[in-house]
Design a protein around this ligand. Sequence first.
Ligand SMILES: NC(=O)c1ccc[n+]([C@@H]2O[C@H](COP(=O)([O-])OP(=O)(O)OC[C@H]3O[C@@H](n4cnc5c(N)ncnc54)[C@H](O)[C@@H]3O)[C@@H](O)[C@H]2O)c1
Length: 353
Amino acid sequence: MNDAQYSNDTTVLRGALVGCGFFAANQMRAWQDLPGAEIVALCDRDAGRLSAFGDTFGIEHRFDDIETLLTQMAVDFVDIAAPTPAHEMLVTAAARYGADVICQKPFAGSLETARRLIETCRERGVSLTVHENFRWQHAVRRVAELIAQGRIGRPFFGRISYRSGFDVFANQPYLADLPRFIIQDLGIHTLDMARALFGDVERLSCETGRVNLKIRGEDTATMMLRHECGCVSVVDCSYATTLANDPFPQSLIEVDGDRGSLRLSANFRLTIHAPDGGATIEDVTPHWPSWSEAPWRVIQQSVLALQEDWIDRCRSGGEAPTCGRDNFNTLALVDAAYRSADEEAVVVPARWQ
Ligand SMILES: NC(=O)c1ccc[n+]([C@@H]2O[C@H](COP(=O)([O-])OP(=O)(O)OC[C@H]3O[C@@H](n4cnc5c(N)ncnc54)[C@H](O)[C@@H]3O)[C@@H](O)[C@H]2O)c1
């Protein structure tokens, strides 16, 4: 859709949700909370999931294939919550029918495919937004805001840490079979937060490990990033960490600047350390969506925030912060991290030109 078709328009945007699995329920609940958009059709290849999801959320129009959906229903956008191997076909089909696209992460299985999808959407005049929600967490946005305001001066060090022993395989059993696990599934979010806070990355090194021998891929990753602004950040992830008070699924953040420091600790406690030795503590607990539930609340809040922003930008004609071109550079960090771990080398990530 052209921006002009949305501007100053209060029509409710009609969307199709594709993929009715584990995570799609969060996207569906968020759309149901937002008056500016409505999911009018569902698509899933699995008849049982399609029917259960449709009944739960009261969506009448259900399809087992995207082409049939797009020929029979007029939609403004397609929200893709199917896994990555299906993305190329689904994004291309949506673009061909002139629908704006929102696509789950990782939005492509390779940088070549990512380039192709960005170009396809550009040629068809539709927007491509990656559903990269972690930077939309309320506490992360507050950290970004304080940095942008210069509250701690120039950041020279950052740490984004996500360490947990939560059994993610219970809800997403397919994760245990992925040859590449934690960087591709979770690190992609924490790397994106590092980009959102400190900007693009000049070089990166990464060490990985597999502690849980029942799974195929790596479950720990420690990455060091040199950002263009000169800041160095450490992005560390683990699903093999035993903690009495597991912060799952919170990310903990440290930022040192030349005029102060920030510490985001568990339970949404943000401490701002000033050069005079004083400290201010902010409670950055979000306003939880009514439908949110522990332990997923922090994720569900960020899903709602991303989708709300997406509707606002459709109306104003702006591009989402996690548009395909921006997210290409996050995907490139994932690619660089695996290359660094494999080659035991510092890697210069690809960059969208
Ligand atoms: N942003 C986040 O915080 C977050 C969290 C979890 C998962 N995800 C992402 O969401 C996506 C889905 O993950 P999930 O855990 O919900 O997976 P899932 O396996 O539970 O659900 C995926 C659904 O997509 C359907 N599907 C597959 N191919 C399809 C096709 N061609 N057409 C229609 N339907 C198709 C499957 O039948 C299934 O019902 C993945 O890309 C994953 O990385 C994101």
